[in-house]
Design a protein around this ligand. Sequence first.
Ligand code: OSB
Ligand code: MG
Length: 374
Amino acid sequence: MKIDSILLRELQMPLVRPFETSFGVTAHRRILLAEVRAEGLTGWGECTAGEHPFFSAESTDSAWQILVNELGPMLAAEAPNHGGDCPRIFGKVRGNRMAKATLENAIWDLEAQREGVSLAQLLGGVREVVPCGVSLGIQSSIPELMEVIERELAAGYQRIKLKCKPRWDVEVFERVRSRWPGIMLSCDANSAYRLRDADHLVTFDAFDLLMIEQPLWHDDFYFHSMLQKRLQTSICLDESIHNRRDALAAIEMESCKIINIKLGRVGGFSEAIAVHNAAQERGIPVWCGGMLEAGIGRAHNIALSSLENFSLPGDVSASARYWREDIVDPAITVSSAGEIAIPDTPGRGYEVRTELVERLTVRKEEIRALELVG
Ligand code: OSB
Ligand code: MG
């Protein structure tokens, strides 16, 4: 399909409540959206880069630069027929996976509309609902955390994930487990520990956690495999996994027993499917991670979660947990059974509220094909 236009936007969106991880607090999101027009249709992509290069090396500003100056012109100069053509089109650019995913996912979104199938179907999905969990940021006190957990369990969420770091870990797990002995509970350290903390991490085994996510360095496999040998609790890798090859290395080295897949972190739907398949073939379950997305990113996560091996609850949750008003219609909601129904209507299944998007936009730029690219 010939690309008629690519429009990049930055939206300013305050979160309903701040989100704290071991690397910092986020209160406002700067959301980048790509709007790709072809054949009278519009595909949307959302960039999952953070405001600062803390989770990964990418940021809102680096992604904007790479999209406007590199990836956008490359895409505009081609006529991709499938979302799956994008990895080849962007092949010369190293890294910058969240920027790449923004455009690749918009092409898949467009392709599903063109083919008149749901995005989930186009991806090869088989599930009808996503089992949902929540990721709870570090709170200012344990009683506050207990209240938040109570509210999320009452809403139906199937799994509670606690962000943790040194001094916000075992005491928290103890209190939570003594009140809720049977819930599905996990933790995410976002690389807050070192191998010298191994004796301390072994004490996590007492809390029957479903997994401990990314305890060590963001780019490590080897030391996670050393740690996994000492833990009964499954390690899940998030930050370390950028592609299928990383997944194969991690599985081969026994660095983890579970993999978190995030569309942005792996560069888009093509590589997400490849990671999913590699894990499935080796008996490693996966689940869909979250990056505090607005509605478009959330809709794409829901479609991805329809693949067979997404067997554990994802960090895929209701719009209202993040936004007073989400940019899609209907907003994303979770049933009292803690599930999101995967849309089976053509395309992403959630309309974009273009007037609201326009109102929230703080900058936009039309991307043009450059003669010089190639
Ligand atoms: O590590 O999963 C993570 C948010 C920002 C950056 C990294 C992570 C997270 C979350 C939030 O855990 C998941 C969500 O609710 O979107
Ligand atoms: Mg994580």
